[in-house]
Design a protein around this ligand. Structure first.
Ligand code: UD2
Length: 315
């Protein structure tokens, strides 16, 4: 394989990364996806420049030949969701830990150039201090958080023991066009957006005072590409926050959406979710310094763009 590869490339974030790679000069991009949550239509307008391989990262024999000699591997394939990892811990473990090990192993044995790994802000758990900085001790509160953390550790160990260049990016609550709102495990903003357009109240789990550093998908895609090209001596084996740097409570977020849309809908409240982190906010100093991270989308701008996409896709 001579072009960049994106595992999970038919998914919400993966397909945004594929589009950014192509827009940034890649002639072709290869995608590995098992299409469990990925969708062909996410790649529709770039499909002629994408080599799609329907394969599962849990199947080493299937993916190893695809990663052979790849200049860059972006490993985004995963079963996301904190609550899903609690109700269905086995598939989540198999994809997120075993599958991730397979990707690192295939990349190392196949002589791949670098692996950029999609880690998660959930690794921090609840910290006494905000924003959260990479030097803080991880404190995973859910199987998902632990699984994503294990992937980071594998990334560091593959760098130190097997000479594979790796960079882990802790994604902070990524949102934007194409995030699938249809599952109970969907990201909160995709659910809020569709509820808003249907003029229905969302259900907020807990008191709505929990906060997130919501990060627009294009900013994350750009950062993945920057992480792929940063000097190895500086970044390989390391972990960086991939956030926006801000923090909004769910109550504030719903109010902002209602204001943008010009409606007044009171949310409903339900029980707090198991494994939920209370507050999340990234210190992005290290990513700015070492990777050139430069988020372009304010929260309100990102919300407006995303809402416009959901409106168009429902029309
Ligand atoms: C975690 C990670 C995130 C990413 C993601 C992948 C943290 C802080 N963030 O996101 O970086 O790895 O996992 O899945 O750990 N909620 C509602 N109503 C709903 C849906 C959700 O109130 O209908 C709440 C939920 O309880 C939580 C917040 O919204 O407090 C965000 O939930 P989410 O599932 O969108 O993402 P989260 O924070 O688990």
């Amino acid at each position: 394989m001579t072009c960049p590869i994106v595992t999970g490339g038919a998914g919400f974030i993966g397909s945004a990364l594929v589009r950014s790679l192509l827009a940034g000069g890649a002639e072709r991009v290869a995608v590995i996806d098992n299409f469990q949550s990925g969708r062909e239509e996410n790649l529709a307008e770039v499909r002629s420049r994408v080599d799609v391989h329907r394969a599962d990262i849990r199947d080493y024999a299937a993916i190893a030949p695809l990663l052979q000699g790849a200049p860059l591997v972006f490993h985004l394939a995963a079963i996301p969701s904190v609550p899903r990892s609690i109700t269905e811990p086995v598939p989540s473990h198999e994809s997120n830990i075993d599958g991730t090990f397979n990707v690192f192993r295939a990349a190392a044995e196949g002589g791949a150039g670098r692996v950029v790994y999609a880690a998660s802000s959930s690794a921090y758990g609840d910290t006494e201090v905000l924003p959260k900085i990479e030097s803080m001790a991880p404190n995973p509160k859910s199987p998902y958080a632990l699984q994503k953390l294990v992937g980071e550790y594998y990334g560091s160990v593959f760098a130190s023991c097997f000479g594979l260049e790796t960079v882990s990016l802790r994604f902070f609550n990524v949102y934007g066009p194409r995030q699938d709102p249809s599952s109970p495990y969907s990201g909160v903003l995709s659910i809020f957006m569709t509820r808003l357009l249907e003029r229905r109240a969302p259900v907020i789990f807990g008191d709505g005072g929990q906060s997130r550093d919501f990060t627009y998908v294009e900013d994350v895609a750009e950062l993945c590409i920057k992480a792929a090209h940063a000097p190895a001596a500086l970044v390989s084996g390391k972990v960086y926050n991939a956030g926006n740097g801000g923090r909004f409570t769910l109550n504030e977020t719903w109010q902002t959406l209602c204001r943008i849309e010009g409606v007044d809908i009171q949310p409903e409240y339900g029980p707090e979710r198991a494994g939920d982190v209370r507050h999340s906010q990234a210190d992005i100093t290290a990513a700015v310094r070492d990777l050139g991270h430069a988020p372009r989308f304010s929260f309100e701008e990102g919300l407006r763009r995303t809402l416009a996409w959901y409106r168009a896709s429902q029309a």
